[in-house]
Write a protein that binds this ligand. Structure first.
Ligand code: LMR
Length: 334
């Protein structure tokens, strides 16, 4: 080969390896954000997590890669909070019930039956100073609370009709690990059984639990309607989420990336709130259509009786969570 050609060939090789080196460097500096959650992809939280991924990756032009792990594929409920503290994942959206057992007892307010009669009453609380101060309380756990996401009101399910409080007698009811939900099920005469979300279907199938409470979206996407013959639309309580990140990870992000992620999260939050009710309505319809479960809407008198049975839990929790805080929520919820 002539000297001239050899030099040209070497130049091409050099430029190829420069490009490869650049690509390698880019890959090495990619910021990976692991987003773990326990529900199915086809839920408000699951869809919003996917939307956040798409927007964050687009806005950061690939400098950030978001890996979403739905359906407890990476961690179950309690484990995911420990994993976030340890920095093994970077972002979560646990249900608000999961923060009480962590020691932030004010979050128990969200589990109190009949505390929030409408979505409006909820947003009066979470979008205002109370919501902001609650997120701040997560600082002590090494978390930073960035947003609230919505799911919906809970319905009851079992393998027998539930028309009256006496129908709960002796039923083993799965609950999220929450003192309030424990008290609520006991007030109904049921036996509460805390269980990770991922274990609910199997526990129902084998008869380890008799029933549960959850939103139509969570029920349908976990196929709970295949292992429960009856559901009653009680709307007695609420499930929502706090989107949280590991504080150290967040503070360590380059400022421009942090800004883009904040924008992506705002977008995902708006999206989540827009689809949550629609998704729950659609799920309730789908449960009806599947034809394996009888869905019952209680009469006004039956609803009043459920309410009467669960209302003492409000008083009990007012003393436990703190009278002043409790009353401030009652006022803001109006
Ligand atoms: C549950 O455990 O029932 C829910 O908190 C699951 C979820 O994240 O919606």
């Amino acid at each position: 080969m002539q000297i001239k050609h050899l030099a040209a060939a070497l130049a091409v090789v050099a430029s190829f390896s420069a490009v490869a080196a650049e690509k390698r460097a880019a890959a090495d500096t990619t910021i990976v954000i692991k987003f773990s959650h326990v529900v199915a992809m086809d839920t408000p939280k699951g869809q919003a997590a996917e939307r956040f991924k798409a927007t964050a990756e687009k806005l950061t032009k690939g400098r950030v890669r978001v890996e979403v792990y739905p359906n407890s594929t990476l961690y179950k409920d309690k484990d995911e909070l420990e994993a976030l503290q340890a920095g093994s994942v970077q972002i979560l959206a646990p249900s608000l019930a999961k923060f009480g057992p962590l020691g932030v007892k004010e979050f128990e307010i969200f589990d109190v039956p009949y505390m929030f009669p409408t979505k409006q009453s909820l947003s009066n609380v979470i979008e205002g100073p109370i919501g902001a101060s609650l997120l701040q309380k997560l600082d002590t756990k090494g978390f930073l609370g960035l947003a609230y996401w919505d799911n919906g009101f809970k319905i009851m399910s079992a393998n027998r009709p539930i028309h009256a409080t006496t129908d709960f007698k002796g039923l083993k009811m799965r609950i999220q690990s929450s003192k309030v939900l424990d008290a609520q099920m006991r007030a109904l005469g049921a036996n509460p059984l805390p269980l990770a979300f991922s274990e609910v279907y199997q526990a129902m199938k084998t008869g380890a639990v008799d029933g549960s409470e959850n939103t139509p979206s969570n029920i349908y996407s976990q196929k709970v309607h295949e292992v429960q013959s009856h559901m009653t639309i009680t709307d007695h309580g609420y499930i929502g989420y706090a989107v949280i990140v590991n504080r150290k990870f967040w503070d360590g992000l380059p400022a421009d990336i942090r800004t883009q992620i904040e924008i992506a999260l705002k977008d995902a939050t708006m999206y989540e709130k827009a689809i949550s009710q629609v998704d729950n309505d659609r799920s309730l319809d789908a449960i009806k259509k599947a034809g394996k479960t009888t869905i019952y809407t209680p009469t006004a008198a039956e609803s009043a009786a459920f309410r009467k049975a669960m209302l003492p839990v409000q008083q009990e929790m007012e003393a436990k969570i703190g009278k002043e805080f409790f009353q401030s929520v009652v006022k803001a919820a109006k």
